[in-house]
Write a protein that binds this ligand. Sequence first.
Ligand code: M6R
Length: 613
Amino acid sequence: MCGIVGYIGTKKACPILLAGLSRLEYRGYDSAGISTIEKNGLSLMKDKGRVKNLSNLDGIDNLEGTIGIAHTRWATHGKPSKENSHPHQDNSQTFSVVHNGIIENYNEIRKFLTDSGYNFYSQTDTEVIPNLIHFYFSKDTVNDELKFLRAVKNACLDLKGSFAIEVISKLYPENMIVVRQDSPLVIGTCENEKYLSSDIPAILSYTRDFYLLNDLEFVVLTKNSAKFYDINLKLIKKETQNIEWNASSAEKDGYDDFMLKEIYEQPIAIRETIGSKISMDNKCEFDELPFTKEYLKSLNRIYIVACGTAMHAGLSGKNAIEKLCKIPVEVDIASEFRYRNPIIDKKTLCIFISQSGETADTIAALKLSKEKGAKTLAISNVIGSSITREADYCIYTHAGPEIAVASTKAYTSQVLLINILAIYFAEILENCETKYLNKLKNDILALPKKIEETLKCNDTIKDFSKKIYQEKDVFFLGRGIDETVAREASLKLKEISYIHSDSYPAGELKHGPIALIENGITVISILTDNNLVKKTVSNIQEVITRGAKTLVITNQELDKNMFDIVIDIPETNCFISPILSVIPLQLLAYYISKEKGLDVDKPRNLAKSVTVE
Ligand code: M6R
């Protein structure tokens, strides 16, 4: 949700921190702040609104410090305001802290600290952290080199909830201490410098070498060292990981918005997802997975658990795994799954899909599944993210960094990867004709070119967006696999254009929703399944009769005169058709949002990575 950055090195920290915040702004953008270690103590500058407001504050250019922390906020506790912005300090202004996450027991801690004489100036949960650190620091009579670290550790052990925090102190002008629990934080390292961030792309232009932290590992940083401690303050060894993403993939590269760039990156992203997993002569390869025929045969069910767009990708996974492997699959929304006491045992495989790998509900669902004895498999786009470290096994989509809040290339690469996984399972199980699987593999290999072909609908969609951008309601219809795309298209439209939209299985319309269809309303349908096309056309006919304007996305032969607009997409196997059929609808959401003059990449109330419950 919130974004945090940090710098410790030889250069002025402030410009580096502001640049990092701008790159992280998609994680939260209602206020921003910075604290650096200056000659006369800790600086503290913050303001409501975007990072731009912070950059314009008087005096910010005078900050000279080479160590600093900064934060861009997505409000949870307390409205967006200067007082509630991070960094927060203790009463004596000895410690500055930035925090991403939620402290669930902050009320108890606040009461305890208030009773101990501390005052609070914000409504945030975070303000307890610097004061708690101060509390432990001032009670500690041992003046050794670990005193600062002990205070941070003792404070963290009192915190319940999720946190990634960075702490600096005017008493330790060479140090920064960082720790995380269930919230993301990475440390980039290069000679004489350390860069910290909630995610990798924000600091990719400085380094490719990263330390990835596990929960409750405490790190003491100087410009040329990083010491890692466990919860007992025993030193632990940690190696850096080299991240291959290139820095330009985290920039707009001439596009107006990240979302448009990411839509256009889909041919490359899909090529990367295919990687070396498919070759025509051999079986699918997943070296990282240990599944045997006996294990897969023993499964009584597979759960696919995720949130939002990732859950929609899970629906196409269900379609492929059930059809190709004959294993029952249930798709669950993570926030429901974790509280519905799902039936899980050793014969259950739980698959978790998460672009960011940091979604709180998905991580909690994963932990629950492990506790109940299931094997867990994570599908993520972010190497080393929490979910990939928590799961028994993990596979990556390799779509490259996705910055826009609205997920596009991550969705198509998730759909693809779970389909390849289904083929892999089917090959192990030997219960599907090789010829059939080979045909599907061929279709997958042809996808990048077909995506390029599909993107040619850009101008038609742009024109159509001009006609419907003032609508109040839009409906999406589909059957079977097309219904999963209808859901995704509807989510995309509402999240960035703020137009109310709903999606329905086309056959369900007459059981209620058709009452909403009136003259002039826009109904968008997806038709890619040859077996269902006639049925869906009949349902569209029902809305046309009631005056609806219709847009159809199809790869089928249809009587086009029936509809207002038809977008033809290339023919492909039904399992993977969402990868093509969603593209015009991603573009539609994008252009409607542009037409309305909205901030496409940072829609209101949303954040890219939902690290709170
Ligand atoms: O990072 P994740 O894939 O776990 O995120 C899940 C959802 O929050 C995410 O897909 C969300 O629905 C997107 N904003 C949709 O565009």
